[in-house]
Design a protein around this ligand. Structure first.
Ligand code: ATP
Ligand code: MG
Length: 168
């Protein structure tokens, strides 16, 4: 049984992430999805809680023909131990899929097989772009799966971002 690992902050989960996961689903038997910086929320760069991000990912992937596990992972301030920390929280996996240079380096040093992922319209599809658009009141809904639009509306995420952007 081959299991692939994919990690991001998913602030929020968007169509770029979805496209990568659909591709990984064709290559492995099961996918382990790590929700990184799980402890962070209610910040401009990290507005959503780990639970909210789990909801976004799980609902967006209901049609995926590949079993998946969504696991929140808090930061530890020690890169040399980070892979062991991740492994302590996740089902066993053999291949890690990433484009993040530090993530790739740490897993390679730990002896994992590291696969680079293809970028999907990266100029428009990034968490930063989606958060900026939400803040500015510009259209953002087309950049994320429909399930993510529903979750963000349900938790009043637009109002949250605009509120925490204010100065006291
Ligand atoms: P932010 O702008 O907040 O950093 P992000 O879009 O980079 O958000 P992350 O959660 O930081 O999203 O990234 C998780 C993983 O998804 C990273 O490996 C990142 O390279 C990858 N990724 C991000 N955007 C895309 C995209 N458009 N296509 C393919 N992979 C992407
Ligand atoms: Mg990023």
């Amino acid at each position: 049984m081959s299991r692939g690992f994919y990690i991001g902050r998913f602030q929020p989960y968007h169509n770029g992430h979805q496209s990568v996961l659909e591709r990984i689903a064709e290559q492995v038997d099961e996918i382990v999805i790590g929700v990184g910086s799980a402890q962070l929320s209610h910040e401009l760069e990290n507005p959503f809680t780990a639970g909210e991000r789990v909801l976004m990912i799980t609902r967006s992937l209901t049609g995926l023909h590949c079993p998946f596990y969504v696991i929140p992972i808090e930061d530890i301030q020690r890169n040399a131990l980070w892979v062991a920390h991740v492994r302590s929280m996740t089902p066993p996996f053999d291949t890690i899929y990433s484009n993040n240079p530090l993530v790739m380096q740490l897993f390679a040093e730990a002896g994992c097989t590291v696969c680079a992922t293809e970028m999907y319209q990266r100029d428009t599809h990034s968490g930063t772009e989606v958060r900026n658009r939400i803040l500015k009141g510009e259209p953002w809904e087309h950049l994320v799966p429909r399930a993510v639009v529903q979750v963000i509306k349900e938790i009043r995420g637009i109002e949250r971002l605009q509120q925490i952007a204010k100065k006291d």
